[in-house]
Structures are given as C-alpha cells and as structure tokens.
Write a protein that binds this ligand. Structure first.
Ligand code: BES
Ligand code: MN
Length: 450
C-alpha cells in the first residue's frame, strides 16, 4: 500500500476504532488486589475478539497472574516481525466525587474522550488495532500483539509469561504504546525511563498509646519521630539526601518552568524543589515521595501519644541505577537516621528497573519518519520519562537485538491514573496513522535494518 492509501485506510477505520475504544473503556478491569477480577477476564476476552477480527491467531494466556492476550500473524519470508505491546488493565478510579462524569462511561468533551483507561492504555491497544485493520490482508510485516492484564499492578507475572512464550513473541522490533507525546502537536519517542522502589517504614517509640498530658514532654510520640525521619530524606534545597543513589546528567530538551508548573497544577507560590534542569530532576535524577501515612486520623485522634506510625515511600531511580542496591541504600539511611533511638522497621513493597534506549539505527529512523509524516512535518522529540515501565529492561535482556520503540497516546493533559483521565482524539488519530506508517517503513527497512 502507498502512503496515501495507508492514510485513507486509517481514516476509514477511525470511527470503528473509536466505537471499540468506548466499548473497552466500559469494562472496569482493575488488576489490584481486592477488585473483582472477572472484569479483567472480560476485558481480555474483549481484546481477544478485537484481535481475532484483525485476522491474527489469538490466545489468552496467564502465568499465575491476570490474563494477557497474544495474537500472531507470521511474517512473509524476509519481512520483519513487530511486537506490539499495550495493557488492558486500568488504575482504580479513586474518589468518585472528583470525576466530572462516570469513569466507565466514556464521553467526549472538547475533543477529548473522558474515562478511566481512555488513554492509559486502552487507546494504546486501539492504536495497534487501527494499524492492523488499515492493512487487512495486506499487512507488510509479521506481528505479535501482546496485551497484558496487570501492568498497573506491577506486571508480577509478566517475566514468567514472556519466558514461557519466548519463541512465539520473538521479534525484530518492539513497539510499546504506553508512554506519552511531548505536547499536543508534538510527537515523541521515549528513550529513558526511571526505575522505582517502594517500601514502608514504621517508627515505634512506645509499647502502647498513653495520655499525652501525663507522659508528654519526655516521651517522644511516634508520629513526631516519623516526621523527623522523613525530613532527613531531602536536603534543604530539596534534592534526595539518600547516599548511594545514581544521578545522571539530563537530556537537552528544554521544559520551560511556566509550562511545567501549569501542567503539574502546582499551587501558586510553591517552589520547585531540587537542583539542576527540570528535565534532569524529572528524568535522570532520583526523586523521593511520601505516598501515605498510617496514623490516627485527625477526626478520631484522642489526647494520646501515638505509639507507632508508618509511611509508604516511593523512590524513582535514575537510568543506570539498580533497584536492589537503591533499596539497600534507602534502608540504611532510614535505620541510621532513626530519631531519638526510635525503633525503625523497613519493609520492601516492590521495585522495577530503569532503562535507557539507544534510539539510533534504521528502525528508529523509520519511526521518526512515520511520526513526522503523521504530525504534518513536526519532528518527534526524544524524551525521558519520570515514570516507570520496568519490563522494558526485561525485553532488552530477552531480545538484545530488537529495536524497542516506546510510543504512546498520552499528552500532558491526559491525567493518566488521576480523576478525569482523557484522550485527545485529534492526537489519537495521528498516533494511529503514525503506527500504520511505521509498520510500512519497518517492512521497507527489512530484517537487516535492526
Ligand atoms: N504508562 C505508565 C508509565 C508512564 C507514565 C509513561 C507517564 C509515560 C508517561 C505506566 O503505566 C505506569 O504508570 N507505571 C508505573 C509502574 C509501576 C506499576 C511499577 C509507574 O510509573 O508508577
Ligand atoms: Mn500504562
């Protein structure tokens, strides 16, 4: 198919793709513990049906976790095989009162489609489907569609699934549609992602709660002790103060402070913390946040000294850091800084590896050219991402020769994981076209183009 035929074919498919995206958004498939997993099963089945409709051989697989969908269509002799990744599970919706419309009833407002998963990552699935539908029987490459069902819950069984199906998924190019573009109208290729370590830290100062008037003064309460411990985690300037974490120099992308403040929704007058360029602080330096605290709620707190308090910490790791080593460094810091001899216990939750992608070579050229065409001449930006997709490192180890293209449907207003998540429909049309063009250009580059 010529470029203009591909363009027309994608155009033709978009209404159906949009309708199927809405069908997927209506399925509340959340892989987190405590949620009704029958919906994840239902969403795997819905995805399997869509993929079957594209003429692929499809099966639903699992390895102790949530169901993933694998669809395959063999390459013609000499043509490369492309693995297309997305995930069909979504984040929980959180406080429903913060949503302007039902998270599982997709609605369009001002050119955006609102709903949980409308962007992250059901639109990623549908971008793959759009490209496949555009070609029909004339697909120029072999494809392996891999849609997992527990990405938002840490992809615990993904490594096993990949190992068990290694030969079926082996490919020359891997497209991971789970990231973001740089801005509306500006595409991007993601070339580095941070890693992550989450843990709990408990501080105990007393065997049991005691009267705050009778004992207060000499006895430290656990919540104050925890606050002092947490205060040691950053320097005065706001850099992470834990020794032993990797920090690297950033890319040259300019992220103007005004734009960053607006996109983050930073309250008026609040300083940015840390040092170095904004992109460095976001992409190539570690970040540490307190995600939650277990302590008496203010509504129920009696006049008593709190005996124990717990915080959940999350560290984002620079590309090049090692999650196990980073956890050891954090744990050592917490134990060493126990205030007033308080008993500090650190419990690991989960981690994920960072990664860096060498985005050079014919497949990356093919991708950049496809993006440029789909965005009417605008070149894609090479981005780092502060978030994590830990299994990219696994793909790199398993398929060291494959080119890994990290693309995505999000834009800075997508609010993935938050209330009122949405997809920019105009950008989504470009993403679908870019992916269809990418398959054509990858086929032209050939198997030796890796
Ligand atoms: N799609 C995100 C990662 C991402 C975020 C890419 C923003 C581009 C822009 C992914 O689904 C995600 O949220 N990952 C988790 C990883 C965790 C569950 C191990 C994250 O970063 O918190
Ligand atoms: Mn995602």
């Amino acid at each position: 198919m010529s470029e203009s035929e591909v363009r027309a074919a994608v155009e033709r498919e978009l209404p159906g793709v949009r309708a199927d995206l809405e069908r997927l958004v209506r399925i509340p498939g959340i892989a987190f513990e405590g949620f009704d997993h029958s919906h994840v099963e239902g969403s795997a089945e819905a995805v399997a049906e869509l993929v079957r409709g594209c003429g692929l051989d499809v099966k639903i697989v699992r390895s102790g976790g949530q169901p993933a969908v694998i669809g395959r269509k063999a390459a013609l002799p000499g043509a490369p095989t492309v693995l297309l990744y997305a995930h069909h599970d979504v984040q929980p919706v959180g406080d429903l009162t913060l949503w302007e419309s039902d998270p599982f009833e997709p609605v369009e407002r001002d050119g955006r489609l609102y709903g949980r998963g409308a962007a992250d990552d059901k639109a990623g699935i549908m971008a793959h489907v759009a490209a496949l539908r555009a070609y029909g029987d004339a697909l120029p490459v072999g494809v392996v569609l891999f849609v997992e069902g527990e990405e938002e819950y840490g992809s615990d069984s993904l490594e096993r699934l990949l190992a068990e199906h290694r030969d079926e998924i082996a490919s020359d190019v891997i497209v991971i549609a789970d990231s973001t573009n740089w801005d509306i109208g500006v595409p991007a290729l993601t070339t580095s992602l941070r890693g992550i370590v989450n843990c709990f830290v408990e501080v105990r100062t007393l065997d049991h709660a005691v009267h705050s008037g009778v004992y207060g003064g000499p006895v430290p309460d656990a919540l104050t002790a925890l606050a002092r411990l947490l205060a040691t985690l950053h320097t005065e300037a706001g850099d992470v103060a834990v020794d032993g974490l990797v920090a690297r120099e950033g890319a040259s992308v300019d992220y103007p402070e005004d734009r960053f403040r607006a996109e983050a929704g930073l309250a008026e007058g609040v300083s940015l913390i840390g040092t170095g360029r904004i992109t460095e602080r976001l992409w190539t330096k570690p970040a540490l946040a307190v995600l939650g605290i277990d302590a008496p709620s203010t509504a129920e707190a009696p006049n008593a000294l709190v005996p124990a308090a717990r915080a959940k910490l999350s560290v984002r790791l620079a590309p090049g850091d090692d999650p196990k080593r980073a956890y050891a460094a954090l744990r050592a810091h917490l134990e060493k800084h126990a205030p007033w001899g308080a008993r500090v216990t650190v419990v690991f939750e989960h981690d994920g590896a960072p990664c860096v992608i060498d985005a050079s070579g014919p497949m990356f050229d093919a991708a950049r050219s496809a993006f440029r065409t789909a965005w009417d001449g605008t070149d894609p930006v090479d981005l780092g991402i502060g978030g994590s997709i830990p299994f990219i490192a696994t793909f790199q180890e398993m398929f060291p020769r494959a080119a890994i293209l990290v693309t995505g449907v999000e834009d800075p207003q997508a609010r993935a994981h938050g209330p009122n998540e949405s997809l920019h429909l105009g950008e989504f049309a470009r993403v679908c076209l870019a992916e269809a063009l990418l398959l054509k250009k990858v086929a032209e580059a050939g198997v030796d183009g890796r």
